[in-house]
Design a protein around this ligand. Structure first.
Ligand code: HEC
Length: 94
């Protein structure tokens, strides 16, 4: 069996970290303010769902649901942020 020296583990952890980061790069218009906010606000409790996963109608319902979850956890979700994320999702929905 291959033995990992003291130097082996950090290298493996680093590559896992890089793979995890690469996974979030696949959303549309990643540099837009809406996308940035989406990545920041919607990854606190689960991974980032692709905007293409739902229609804009479904996103409307989901955002209301997520707002409730955030309320339960005392996570602040200002209206302006919600509108920016909603616009972003509607623009890029299925
Ligand atoms: C306070 C925690 C929390 C935050 C913040 C949050 N969610 Fe969720 N989300 C949940 C929970 C709990 C579920 C229930 C399903 C589950 O167990 O994953 C869920 C499920 C979902 C689902 C359905 C499952 C799926 O993967 O298709 C989507 C889509 C979703 N969230 C989108 C969002 C979006 C968009 C945001 C940002 C506006 C967001 N979430 C922020 C807690 C949260």
């Amino acid at each position: 069996m291959m033995r990992l020296g003291a130097k082996g583990l950090p290298v493996i952890l680093l590559s896992l970290f890089l793979v995890a980061c690469a996974g979030t790069q696949t959303i549309p218009e990643p540099e837009s303010p809406g996308a940035r906010l989406y990545q920041e606000r919607c990854t606190r409790c689960h991974g980032l769902p692709s905007p293409k996963r739902h229609t804009s109608e479904q996103w409307g319902h989901l955002l209301v649901m997520m707002e409730d979850f955030m309320l339960e956890k005392n996570i602040d979700f200002p209206v302006q942020e919600k509108e920016m994320i909603r616009d972003y999702l509607y623009r890029n929905a299925k």
